[in-house]
Write a new protein. Structure first.
Length: 244
């Protein structure tokens, strides 16, 4: 099986369409969306409707999705403004869809979640030593796939140490460890924060025991223009080109 794992679309339709076009040439068997379909950008309904049309896809709840159907938990000013705007724009059907998303999903020895696998609604960033260690300690899955940080990474637990590798800005293949447990972060489709503005995702090849990281260019200017036209904060448009 080849599973395309992606996260943090954040209502960026141009990036989402470019991702699916790229993935179409990668012999994908199924898709797993790790959440944050909405927030920040200007096409929440179009993104949800595109995703709902895809076959063989699973969905995990993200903090922005959760905020859109409840309260904007611990969000800063621009993020909160974007969620308030999103709530006003979402159709009833798409709101119900967000409410139906799972907190996590386990397939065999693989676990998928948006952020941390423990206390999932507290949305920790699994990039600091403390939260990496807690994730390994409290999750027994061999492989954990996450998003949320907007930074693609591979983390391997070796004895009592963790080896953390941020993915470079071009395609890279990482072998799945034979014995050691691992965390793979797929980065962000709609708003990367690692200095590379291209959409980020990964493919998990369970037969070959490999994880392939990809970056995909998309029409950033068009996505940014939509943000400004919608009256959303200018900073949300500017950061797309910066990849920050």
């Amino acid at each position: 099986m080849r599973v395309a794992v992606f996260s943090d679309v954040h209502a960026n339709l141009e990036a989402l369409e470019a991702f699916f076009e790229h993935a179409a040439g990668r012999q994908i068997d199924s898709f797993m969306c790790l959440g944050d379909i909405v927030g920040y950008c200007a096409d929440p309904n179009a993104c949800i409707e595109l995703l709902r049309s895809v076959e063989n896809i699973g969905f995990i709840l993200g903090n922005h999705d959760h905020a859109a159907v409840s309260q904007a938990y611990c969000m800063g000013g621009d993020a909160r403004r974007a969620i308030q705007w999103t709530k006003a724009k979402l159709t009833d059907s798409n709101l119900e869809f967000l409410k139906s998303m799972e907190i996590s999903r386990k397939w065999g020895d693989v676990l998928y979640c948006h952020a941390n696998p423990y206390r999932p609604l507290e949305w920790y960033y699994v990039e600091e030593r403390e939260y990496i260690a807690r994730s390994f300690a409290r999750c027994k899955a061999k492989i954990l796939f996450i998003g949320h940080t907007h930074v693609a990474a591979a983390i391997t637990r070796k004895n009592f140490f963790c080896i953390y590798i941020r993915m470079p800005q071009d395609h890279m293949v990482v072998p799945v460890a034979e014995l050691n447990r691992q965390i793979f972060n797929c980065g962000s489709v709609g708003q990367p924060r690692d200095g590379d503005p291209r959409a980020s995702y990964l493919v998990y090849d369970s037969d070959r025991n490999l994880v392939e990281f990809y970056r995909v260019a998309y029409d950033i200017d068009k996505a940014a223009a939509k943000i400004l036209s919608a009256g959303l904060p200018e900073s949300l448009a500017l950061r797309l080109a910066e990849g920050l």
